[in-house]
Design a protein around this ligand. Structure first.
Ligand code: NOJ
Length: 522
């Protein structure tokens, strides 16, 4: 059904800066994306989600938006964005764009006007400007998501709030302009044919205007505040005013699955990323628990579960699953963490089949279909991520999962473009390129293509049932297709079946080896 297309869609995440460079300046762009749309059609995706493509000083990879109605000149023009949306649609691919309600760039005209206008001026009321203590302390001692404090002092002595980088001032969602502007931005992009909006930092935009310290009052002063739901009801009304299934996808990091599901009520967001599943280690018990709790929390609100292995913020699965601690945590990221890459790749292949078999929406981050590892030895002077710099250099940051995609075996940037890429690529990139994997039946790319094609033809419904299995095995049925994954140290017998449809690595006779997934038909 067209209106519910997202319920079992495969959504491919494009980080435009690193996907494909059409003009040879070393930075990915819309011309590059347009030239690779046939690749995405052949991969078998239903939609693309592009991280912010708007005009931006790129202090946080575009999550610092200076103008929502303009494309960053490094990426192209509005006309090219419109062409991209149309060309993708012609290939059966919908387009989802990113909107960042929590903050804007310090170069956004509103923030410039606020700075120029001075303390007490109405222009400052769209942000959170406050006086500090007489002793020169900021208004609160909150910690930024990028480490350090959340307030920066301006020349006239006032402080402004930023939950992320200094260059990302937080908006005041009690201000009517802020609400109106965002609803207009949604319409602006829906009118240009986008099928959905990914909502950045969706639990953070509303603040307690009394500015208590964290823990001082019953509610958190800036996370998951109740007032958010009314804002998203307004957004849902905008989305629903278009007849053909426009969707809202929330970036919601919350530990409590029931608080999470509140955002997915039928008059709020359609869907949200499943970070609980993404952060779990490669252990059957942990992942089984995450799958069950996901199904349990989504069913009452009728929202489709989503399955996410990575994105532009987190360690690539091929690396993460090769570590002793294979869970993901922002605070745990360190340089020089020992990694068994062969094991990581084997598990990432199995994880691809596990997630592709689950009911709901599947997200694939660019390059995961090639099994790209995290690049952990980037020269320090190449790093760009404020998360790295604000941690005092302790956190390696997120550049390692943003290294430009390799398309060809060799060439100046392995086919990414004609110029030196904005982040250097490892020499291994050629052997991981699309060209190297394209015709190789054993490649990760071939595995993804096969899995997505089979998913499309065989796993259409939402039915799901656990199968009895050993503790170290995850096994479930989707109608007459079974998915079995062995996390244990020893091979296990396969359950009865008529046909082996797909496996992530070779079988051991009729036994499933360690870290291998199989799809079977009964
Ligand atoms: C979440 C985005 O995914 C991340 O890349 C960004 O840095 C923060 N939100 C702030 O916008």
């Amino acid at each position: 059904m067209v209106a519910q297309w997202w319920r079992n869609a495969v959504i491919y995440q494009i980080y435009p800066r690193s996907f494909a460079d059409g003009n040879g300046d070393g930075v990915g762009d819309l011309a590059g994306v347009r030239s690779r749309l046939p690749y995405l059609r052949d991969l078998g995706v239903d939609a693309v989600w592009l991280t912010p493509w708007y005009a931006s000083p790129q202090a946080d990879g575009g999550y610092d938006v200076a103008d929502y109605r303009a494309i960053d000149p490094a990426f192209g023009t509005l006309a090219e964005a419109e062409a991209l949306i149309g060309e993708a649609a012609a290939l059966g691919i919908r387009t989802i764009v990113d909107v960042v309600p929590n903050h804007v760039s310090d170069e956004h005209p509103w923030f410039r006007a606020a700075l120029a206008a001075g303390p007490g001026a109405p222009e400052r009321a769209r942000f959170w400007f406050r006086d500090g203590s007489p002793a020169g302390e900021p208004p609160t001692g909150w910690t930024s998501a990028f480490s350090g404090g959340t307030w920066t002092r301006v020349e006239d002595g006032q402080w402004y709030l930023h939950l992320f980088d200094t260059r990302q001032p937080d908006l005041n969602w009690n201000h009517p302009d802020v609400r109106r502007e965002h609803e207009e931005v949604l319409r602006f992009w829906f009118d240009r044919g986008v099928a959905g909006i990914r909502i950045d930092s969706a639990t953070m935009p509303v603040k307690d205007p009394a500015f208590p310290e964290v823990g001082e009052s019953a509610d958190h002063p800036f996370l998951d505040r109740d007032e958010l739901h009314d804002i998203y009801r307004g957004w849902r009304a905008v989305a629903d005013s278009y007849a053909d299934g426009r969707v809202l996808v929330g970036e919601i990091w919350l530990d409590d699955p029931h608080r999470f599901a509140r955002y997915l009520r039928s008059d709020e967001l359609h869907s949200a990323f499943n970070f609980d599943f993404m952060m779990r280690p490669w252990e059957a018990k942990q992942l089984r628990e995450a799958i069950q709790s996901t199904l349990d929390s989504h069913a009452p609100v009728g929202a489709p579960p989503t399955w996410v292995l990575s994105n532009h913020d987190v360690t690539r699965p091929a690396t993460r699953y090769g570590r002793v601690d294979s869970s993901f945590g922002f605070n745990a990221k360190r340089f020089d963490t020992p990694t068994d890459l062969a094991r990581g790749e084997r598990r990432a292949r199995a994880a691809a089949l596990l997630t592709a078999a689950l009911p709901g929406t599947l997200y694939v981050y660019q390059g995961d279909e090639l099994g790209l590892p995290e690049v952990e030895d980037l020269p320090l002077d190449a790093l760009r991520d404020p998360m790295h710099f604000r941690s005092g250099g302790v956190d390696p940051g997120r550049d390692g999962c943003r290294v430009p995609v390799p398309w060809t075996r060799d060439g100046v940037s392995y086919g990414f473009g004609d110029g030196a890429p904005w982040l250097p690529q490892p020499t291994r990139w050629g052997s991981l390129s699309v060209a190297a994997q394209d015709a190789d039946p054993a490649s990760m790319l071939t595995l993804y293509r096969s899995a997505l094609a089979m998913r499309r033809s065989l796993l259409r419904g939402e039915e799901f049932a656990w199968l009895a299995s050993a503790e170290d095995v995850i096994a479930f049925a989707r109608g007459d297709v079974l998915c079995v994954v062995n996390f244990g140290a020893e091979p296990v017998p396969l359950p009865g079946h008529r046909e082996v449809l797909l496996t992530s690595a070779g079988l051991d006779g009729d036994r499933l080896p360690t870290d291998v997934a199989a799809w079977l038909r009964v």
